[in-house]
Design a protein around this ligand. Structure first.
Ligand code: SMG
Ligand code: MG
Length: 367
């Protein structure tokens, strides 16, 4: 039985600034939802950023949505599945919904003594690890940073690009590290469909994919672009549900999908998108939102499913933080181990949680 929902707020510095086409992050504001039951409790991390730049959602707004609209639908017997059904009439707000859903799922799986990986249908115990490289100040810096990551064992590199900082970056990294390197780019919606001719220059570099070149609502633009370039188009921001995934595949707006549970309302929806993509031969991979160990643990469970045939953006803890909130996730030959303990399989370390503030606690009515 669910007894209460707590909201915990904190923050953590990144080891180095992370620059994308929409801005630079030097730290991560954090919101955890803690679902407290009779015998166990579940944890989840909200993936929303401080500002509405990756998507319309942002952290302060998630606190409002969770407190005002999501917690009130909860009952003592709520499960992740019943919660998803109960919040269906509430539009959007996928990151808020995902966070509450995941905390409930973690609680119920701990009660049932089942790991999230097992519950979702994982087929692997190790997940190949890619790394997302932010826009650097110079090509020399880029080569140095990529070289460092490769020496640590990352099996795939993603370069953030934006207009004015794109073809040369890819050319330089290809030249320096060779044809064998698994390489892809992410534009975070920074281009227009009229840039197709320019983006076609990327075709020379044998990239795995280009991620979210155009704005999230420009599906028609992605259809047109995908016809004009050879580099496979992958969607991230545009995919917010099973329905948008199906639409994008049917329309041929993309041939690969980045699945982020936080962006699609949670792990149950993420699993449905995975199943659809598997049945349609659309490769998927697990994205990242600079999560701490709480969010990373759950993503590892998802990335262990059979349709995740491309390495994702789940890097080791030390790529992000000097000290993670959970025991650190480490690279082992370019892979990260999938947690096998019940639920998400990790807890925030008490000494790290001590730096957080419990900003709200909601009692759930008991029948
Ligand atoms: O978690 O390693 C990570 C970050 C991966 O590049 C990454 N995420 O668009 O895919 C993406 C970005 C979104 C987050 S930018 C703050
Ligand atoms: Mg992306």
């Amino acid at each position: 039985m669910l007894r209460s929902i707590e909201l915990w707020r904190g923050g953590i510095d990144l080891v180095s600034p992370f620059r994308t086409s929409f801005g630079t992050d030097t730290s991560r504001e954090l919101l955890y939802v803690h679902a407290v039951g009779d015998n166990n409790s579940g944890w989840a991390e909200c993936v929303a950023g401080t500002e509405p730049n990756y998507s319309a959602e942002y952290l302060q707004n998630c606190i409002e949505v969770i407190s005002r609209f999501l917690v009130p639908v909860l009952r003592a017997e709520s499960t992740a599945k019943s919660f998803v059904a109960d919040v269906a009439p509430i539009r959007g707000n996928f990151m808020s919904k995902a966070c509450v859903e995941t905390a409930l799922l973690d609680l119920q799986l701990r009660d049932q003594n089942i790991s999230l990986a097992k519950f979702l249908g994982a087929t692997r115990t190790l997940v190949p690890s890619g790394v997302s490289v932010g826009i650097q100040n110079s090509l020399d810096d880029l080569v140095r940073v990529v070289g460092q990551y490769l020496s640590q064992g990352y099996v795939r590199v993603k370069l953030k690009i934006e207009p004015g900082s794109d073809i040369e970056l890819v050319r330089t990294v290809r030249k320096e590290f060779g044809e064998e390197l698994m390489l892809q780019v992410d534009a975070n919606a920074a281009y227009k469909v009229s840039d197709a001719k320019h983006l076609k220059k990327l075709d020379d570099f044998n990239l795995l994919l280009i991620e979210q070149p155009l704005p999230e609502d420009d599906l028609a633009g992605h259809v047109e672009l995908a016809k004009k370039i050879q580099t496979p188009v992958c969607l991230d921001e545009s995919i917010t549900s099973l329905e948008t995934a199906r639409g994008a595949i049917d329309l041929k707006a993309c041939s690969i999908i980045n699945i982020k549970p936080g962006r699609v309302g949670g792990y149950l929806e993420a699993k449905k998108i995975h199943d659809l993509c598997l049945s349609r031969d659309v490769p998927v991979w697990c994205g990242g939102m600079l999560e701490t160990g709480v969010g990373r643990a759950a993503n590892l469970a998802l990335a262990a499913l059979p349709g995740f045939t491309l390495p994702g953006d789940i890097s080791a803890s030390n790529r992000y933080f000097t000290r993670d909130i959970t025991p650190p996730f480490e690279l082992v030959n370019g892979h990260i181990r999938v947690p096998d303990k019940p639920g998400i399989g990790v807890d925030p370390l008490p000494e790290m949680l001590a730096g957080f503030k419990k900003i709200a606690s909601f009692e759930i009515a008991q029948n």
